[in-house]
Design a protein around this ligand. Structure first.
Ligand code: NAD
Length: 426
């Protein structure tokens, strides 16, 4: 028997900046954007690469590489998270910063787009090393950030503790006590917002509810598969299970679990806390993690990482709806295949915008020095997500394009309109 050759995804398909450029050009062409504006919006406004010397616990001196990219500041100060991961690259940070520009425009909050990253492995670093790295990185990019300039937030590998260190480092540099509005995703006791920690997952649930209503299905009839059981995936799973969705499978890097009657998410979380993994959970069977993504279901919610749905597996996807909790989980080469199969896509720049929306609320509260209760945060988040969902879907219907193209066109349209109104400073 001849062994089947492994299907290899071309390297270009996996480069996030090429993906971002491809989708930008598709939207720009459909909108008839001229060459000058294209050049302006496909070139990030500012990029900084920094060397970050850090004294490790064993006495060695290590030098890490960090980036901060501001893609656009047309609609407001730049906004975007900071990622600590071994595979961070300038192209990835560029792509993520441009997605932030379009995302903030799609949900209509007054921000531009930015992103930061440091090449490191936070899982093998001590708290002390992480604190020294975070503070030195902050001081290296200090001219680029500020409440009216660029406001970082957490992303993969960073958390609210690190945001508190960023706030403290910045405050000491600018000789202020607590410049809370310089960063979002902070602890609630230090200028953070209620509801921020679960905002992205809650936003995913809200857009899934809207999509199901459009497809004429009740949440209790909807079978959901979620990849990633971290902040976005875990919160989505918990809130959606509570709201009546049937979460039939959770997929992680080391395996997947399945229960046709619906998983007990709270118990699965407890199992993961106790064992360090979701596999071998008493309330489910272990299944193959790649096959799990291709099972028939109503909603597939990739909430782990980039490049999960590619030209290699897109044709096998049997979900009716894909809600992109992660940034960039679908490559442009997979788009036409999913479109052909009538999959209803809730694109990342809409689906996971709940996080930046509540970050915006946090910044507003910090600037006012007056804090909202959780009900108000949830109510305002719901307003933003429901409006943005219908803006995108109506735009898609009106212009006869798919939801992703519509979201990109809508974001681009709003950014260009701001640039035209402001004019060019010279
Ligand atoms: P996280 O680190 O909390 O969770 C990620 C989870 O995915 C972890 O449980 C990890 O084990 C799992 N994972 C990693 N590799 C995997 C693989 N190959 N297969 C299956 N599971 C895998 O991160 P997060 O904050 O939940 O972010 C997830 C995604 O959502 C990222 O793309 C991030 O940029 C995006 N996002 C996050 C937020 C936010 O507010 N946290 C907002 C917008 C977008």
């Amino acid at each position: 028997m001849i062994a089947e050759a492994p299907v290899v995804v071309p390297a270009n398909e996996l480069n996030p900046w090429i993906s971002a450029e491809t989708r930008f050009n598709q939207a720009a062409t459909l909108l008839g954007i001229d060459d000058g504006m294209r050049k302006m919006l496909s070139t990030p406004t500012r990029e900084l690469t920094v060397a970050i010397p850090v004294l490790l616990d064993d006495g060695r001196l290590e030098v890490f590489t960090g980036y901060r990219v501001q893609h656009s500041i047309a609609r407001g100060p730049a906004k975007g998270g900071i990622r600590f991961a071994p595979d961070v690259s300038l192209d990835e940070v560029r792509a993520l910063s441009s997605w932030m520009t379009w995302k903030c425009a799609v949900v209509n909050i007054p921000y531009g787009g930015a992103k930061g990253g440091v090449i490191c492995d936070p899982s093998i670093m001590s708290d002390g090393e992480l604190e020294r790295l975070t503070r030195r990185y902050t001081s290296a990019i200090i001219e680029m950030i500020g409440p009216e300039i660029d406001i970082p937030a957490p992303d993969l590998g960073t958390n609210e503790r690190m945001m508190a260190w960023i706030m403290d480092t910045y405050s000491m540099h600018v000789r202020q006590a607590t410049a809370t509005a310089v960063v979002t995703g902070k602890p609630v006791s230090l200028g953070g917002s209620k509801g921020r920690a679960e905002a992205t997952g809650r936003g995913c649930m809200i857009v899934c509810q809207q999509a199901l209503a459009k497809l004429g299905k009740a949440p209790s009839e909807a079978e959901v598969i979620i990849q990633g059981f971290g902040n976005v995936g875990g919160t989505s799973a918990r809130l959606m299970a509570k709201a009546g969705f049937k979460i039939v499978s959770i997929v992680e890097w080391d395996g997947a679990v399945y229960n046709a009657h619906g998983l007990d998410i709270e118990k699965l979380m407890q199992h993961r806390r106790e064992t360090g993994s979701i596999v071998d959970f008493a309330g489910a069977e272990n299944i193959d993690k790649d096959e799990a993504l291709t099972l028939e279901c109503d909603i597939l919610l990739p909430a782990a990482k980039e490049n999960v749905i590619t030209s290699r597996n897109a044709a096998k996807i049997r979900a009716k709806v894909i809600c992109e909790g992660a940034n960039g989980p679908t490559t442009p080469a997979a788009d036409p295949i999913l479109r052909e199969n009538n999959v209803f896509i809730i694109p990342d720049i809409l689906a996971n915008a709940g996080g930046v929306s509540v970050s915006y609320f946090e910044w507003v509260q910090d600037r006012m020095g007056y804090f909202w209760n959780e009900e108000l945060v949830i109510q305002r988040l719901e307003e933003i997500m429901v409006t943005a969902f219908h803006d995108v879907v109506n735009y898609a219907e009106k212009h006869k394009v798919d939801n992703r193209t519509a979201a990109n066109m809508l974001g681009l349209d709003r950014v260009i309109s701001a640039i035209k109104l402001r004019g060019l400073y010279a």
